[in-house]
Design a protein around this ligand. Structure first.
Ligand SMILES: Cc1cc2nc3c(=O)[nH]c(=O)nc-3n(C[C@H](O)[C@H](O)[C@H](O)COP(=O)(O)OP(=O)(O)OC[C@H]3O[C@@H](n4cnc5c(N)ncnc54)[C@H](O)[C@@H]3O)c2cc1C
Length: 440
């Protein structure tokens, strides 16, 4: 059976990996590189090449499908579980937030508010099923359970930096999922997973498996149409060429899927148009000195700067692996009207530099070796109240059309590499099952 996969992110590559041994697989990728949001830069320092993700990435111990895949590909020895120091920058001061003890001594909250916060986290950890919370706004739920001060002084800036103007409409299910995963830490703090050499090794290993089994990955090839006739997939159009196939797995943003199927997905059409995505403008800065001398990896921010977090990668993964200090400065943005999307690259970098100067008086541009900016408009669905009804099925309706990606059930209430790997596997398994049924 000939299968076309649209998109070479982790969902597409995982589906291709599952299918390539018994099928003819072709992956079409619009970008010049593979990996989608998990793609990396290949940089060089002192004549030594290294890979570093364009968007900061790490994994959690609960990412079971991803960890199993890493093992299956023989990459387990690359896994590192490293301490990651977190802090919250509030009104010019840094508050360490790595251990439960530190969180419970967060000065901007009163003792009573800290008790309320502690009880809220405890309550969240007892929640097994987030479904009932999908219909409640996170803001309302926090106000009801922990009060105004906990909301305004703790959660609101974090939610604002993640969802901007959409923060007020985000579901409590998303918040609960997020707090659950981030509060899963021992007395000594949080250990996060990373692959030595970066997640590029995973992307390359998956791509290698596809090609070694006779599959193809064609980059710089945007699919402009999925051809559907008599309610069955016939093939795709890319670069003006029709490629016939028996099945398609699409991993692209819902609104793009709607466009390339000509709005023909019946009942899904409205939902595809209704799912909102947001973008991320993420700068990576190479420095010859540490930015956060206190060793922070992740700094959340409540301050008047145009970004929501500063992430010092080399305060987490050994500096020796790179030979230079690597810092991400990042912000989500809500739509194509945002200046983070419309401004020239150098202007976004300039605004981030000014923000760093305001936050870190000892920061000097003379220590900056290089900067890079990666911007995409389709980096995460906005998990608004009621989002569960919009989660897309793995089978899209027409025979032979399957869907896997950030919009899948495996990625709700929080999208992740694990969720996309799982979505890729589930779509591939469904496809094989339906093929078997048809051939009987
Ligand atoms: C800033 C940021 C930080 C993150 N941090 C983490 C983290 O720490 N841990 C974690 O687990 N996850 C993290 N994620 C999420 C993770 O990167 C994603 O969930 C996952 O990589 C998504 O994979 P995907 O295959 O579903 O989608 P994508 O990676 O978006 O892949 C879709 C692919 O389809 C291609 N495409 C689109 N349209 C077409 C077309 N018409 N024709 C051909 N190709 C097309 C795109 O170019 C893209 O390559 C982060 C994401 C961001 C943005």
């Amino acid at each position: 059976m000939k299968i076309v996969i649209i998109g070479s992110g982790l969902a597409g590559l995982s589906a291709g990996y599952r299918l390539c041994k018994s099928n003819e697989v072709i992956v079409f990728e619009r970008d010049p590189d593979i990996g989608g949001m998990a793609a990396s830069y290949c940089l060089e320092h002192s004549g030594k090449k290294y890979f570093i993700e364009r968007y900061y990435h790490h994994i959690f111990r609960s990412d079971s499908e991803l960890l199993t895949l890493i093992k299956e590909l023989g990459l387990e020895k690359k896994m590192l579980w490293l301490e990651a120091k977190n802090a919250y920058f509030v009104d010019g001061k840094n508050y360490p937030m790595s251990t439960p003890f530190e969180i419970l001594h967060f000065k901007p909250l009163s003792t009573l508010d800290l008790v309320k916060l502690g009880l809220l986290v405890f309550r969240i950890r007892l929640i097994k099923d987030t479904t009932p919370y999908d219909r409640i706004k996170a803001k309302d739920w926090i106000l009801d359970t922990a009060g105004k001060s906990v909301y305004e002084n703790f959660f609101a800036p974090l939610m604002k930096s993640k969802f901007g103007d959409n923060a007020d409409s985000v579901s409590a299910a998303w918040l609960i999922g997020r707090v659950k995963i981030r509060s899963d830490r021992g007395k000594e703090g949080e250990k996060l997973g990373y692959m030595r050499g970066g997640f590029n090794s995973l992307v390359e290993a998956l791509a290698g498996e596809i090609t070694v089994n006779g599959g193809e990955i064609r980059t710089g090839r945007e699919v402009t149409e999925i051809v559907i006739k008599d309610n069955a997939v016939q093939g795709v159009v890319t670069g003006g060429e029709f490629i016939a196939c028996d099945a398609v797995i699409s991993t692209v943003e819902p609104v793009v899927l709607d466009a390339i199927t000509g709005g023909k997905l019946g009942t899904l059409h409205e939902t595809l148009r209704d799912i909102r995505y947001q973008g991320t403008a993420c700068a990576l800065i190479g420095l010859d000195v540490r930015l956060m001398k206190n060793g922070n990896y992740w700094l959340n921010i409540k301050a008047d700067v145009p970004f929501g977090a500063v992430i010092e990668h080399t305060n987490y993964v050994p500096f020796e692996d790179y030979g230079e200090h690597l810092v991400y400065v990042t912000s989500y943005f809500q739509n194509e009207k945002s200046t983070l999307w419309t401004q020239k690259e150098e202007d976004v970098i300039e605004s981030y530099m000014k923000g760093l100067e305001r936050m870190f008086p000892e920061f000097s541009r003379s220590r900056v070796r290089w900067t890079k900016l990666y911007r995409r408009i389709d980096t995460a669905p906005v998990y608004e109240k009621g989002y569960l009804e919009k989660v897309l099925p793995f089978a899209a309706g027409p025979y032979g059309l399957y869907l896997a990606g950030m919009f899948s059930s495996t990625n709700y209430p929080e999208r992740s590499m694990n969720g996309s790997v799982k979505a890729g596997f589930e779509s591939a398994e469904l496809l094989m099952k339906e093929k078997e049924i048809k051939s009987k």
